[in-house]
Design a protein around this ligand. Structure first.
Ligand SMILES: [Zn+2]
Ligand SMILES: [Zn+2]
Length: 325
C-alpha cells in the first residue's frame, strides 16, 4: 500500500513536470502573470524618441510642466505615463541607449569605443524578418551613438544592424533627418536621439538647457503628428518618449552633470503612445530601461531571447486585441 502510494506520487510528479514543460511560451513581466501575444490586425511600427538627459524634476516631474508644455497638453492625455521609470545601470549616454536596445544593463564605456555584447532590437528585428537596413533606423546628434547600431554577438552583428545617421549637429537637424527617413522608407523600428538638452546642460547654462527642452518638446509633438498624418503610420505606430538618463538632483551636484545613482540621474521620463496604449493613464510601478527591448520586441512580434527586461503590460488597454493580460 505504501509502495503503490509512492508510485502514484511519482507519476503525479512526472505529470506536473510534463505540464510545466508544455506551457506555451510567455513573456516575463514584473507586474502580472501571463501576458501572451495574439495576432494583430495591423502592421505595428515603433519609434523610440529619446531626449538626451532631461532631469525628471525639470520635465515630466515639474508640476507646471513649464518646459514640456506641448507634450503635456497634446500627447500626455492620449498616452500612458510611467512615473517610476528608471535607469538602474550606468546613467550615461551609451549605457542608457544600449540598455534600452538590448534589454540588458550595458556597462559600456561612454565614448562609443565598444559595442554591446548582446543583440540590439535592430538586429533582433532584421534577423527575424529579413528586413533591409532601411527598416531599422538610428538617428541622432552624437556620432558615438553609432556603437549602438549593432552588437558583437557573432550570431547577429553588422549584417543585421541599423541604418545609422548620427552626425546631426542640432536637434532641428536630427528632426529633419528623422522625418526624411520616415517619409522615404517608412521604417518599422526607429530610435531617434535628441542630443542638445544634454549638451546645453553640460555647458552649465540653465536657461539654455530649459529652452532646448522646450524645443525638443515641440519636436516630439511634431513627430507624433507627422506619424498620424501618414497612412502607413497612422493608427499602427507606437511612440515611446523617454531618455537615456536624468541629471544630478540638487543634493548631488545639480543639473549640469550626471552619471551616478542619485535619484535625479536614475529617474527617467517615459510616455507611451499608440493604438492600444491606455489614454491618460499613469503607471506608478517600477519599470526600467531594460523593459523597452522586451516590450518593443513583443510589439514587433520578434523574439528577444537575451533580454532580461519585463513586458510593460500595464501600459496597454487590458482588453486590447494586441496584448492579452
Ligand atoms: Zn546622455
Ligand atoms: Zn546624479
Amino acid at each position: 500500500m505504501r509502495r503503490s502510494l509512492g508510485l502514484r506520487c511519482a507519476w503525479v510528479a512526472i505529470l506536473v513536470a510534463m505540464l510545466v514543460a508544455c506551457e506555451p511560451e510567455t513573456f516575463p513581466t514584473s507586474h502580472d502573470s501571463t501576458p501572451t501575444i495574439t495576432p494583430r490586425t495591423f502592421d505595428a511600427k515603433v519609434v523610440i524618441f529619446v531626449i538626451d538627459g532631461p532631469r525628471y524634476q525639470d520635465s515630466f516631474g515639474d508640476p507646471l510642466h513649464a518646459h514640456v508644455g506641448d507634450i503635456w497638453s497634446q500627447l500626455r492625455p492620449f498616452g500612458t505615463l510611467c512615473s517610476n521609470f528608471r535607469n538602474q545601470g550606468w546613467t550615461l549616454t551609451i549605457p542608457g541607449h544600449s540598455t534600452m536596445l538590448t534589454g540588458v544593463w550595458q556597462y559600456l564605456p561612454n565614448d562609443g569605443s565598444q559595442r554591446p555584447p548582446n543583440p540590439t532590437l535592430f538586429e533582433y528585428y532584421r534577423k527575424a524578418t529579413g528586413a533591409p537596413a532601411t527598416e531599422a533606423v538610428l538617428v541622432g546628434g552624437k556620432p558615438k551613438l553609432a556603437a549602438c547600431a549593432y552588437s558583437v554577438d557573432p550570431a547577429y552583428g553588422a549584417a543585421f544592424g541599423a541604418s545609422v545617421d548620427v552626425t546631426a549637429t542640432t536637434d532641428f537637424a536630427t528632426y529633419d533627418r528623422l522625418i526624411n527617413r520616415l517619409d522615404a522608407d517608412h521604417p518599422h523600428l526607429v530610435m531617434a536621439s535628441f542630443s542638445q538638452v544634454d549638451q546645453k546642460a553640460h555647458s552649465g547654462n540653465w536657461s539654455a538647457y530649459l529652452r532646448q527642452m522646450e524645443i525638443v518638446d515641440s519636436l516630439a509633438v511634431l513627430t507624433w503628428n507627422h506619424l498620424q498624418a501618414d497612412p502607413e503610420y497612422a493608427g499602427q505606430t507606437y511612440m515611446f518618449i523617454t531618455a537615456d538618463h536624468g541629471r544630478h538632483d540638487d543634493a548631488h551636484g545639480g543639473f549640469q552633470d550626471h552619471g551616478d545613482t542619485c535619484d535625479g540621474c536614475t529617474h527617467v521620463i517615459f510616455l507611451a503612445l499608440g493604438p492600444d496604449i491606455r489614454a491618460d493613464y499613469d503607471v506608478t510601478n517600477l519599470y526600467t530601461q531594460r523593459d523597452v527591448c522586451t516590450t518593443v520586441g513583443l510589439l514587433l512580434r520578434v523574439p528577444t531571447p537575451q533580454t532580461n527586461g519585463f513586458m510593460m503590460s500595464e501600459i496597454f488597454v487590458p482588453t486590447s486585441t494586441g496584448i492579452n493580460h
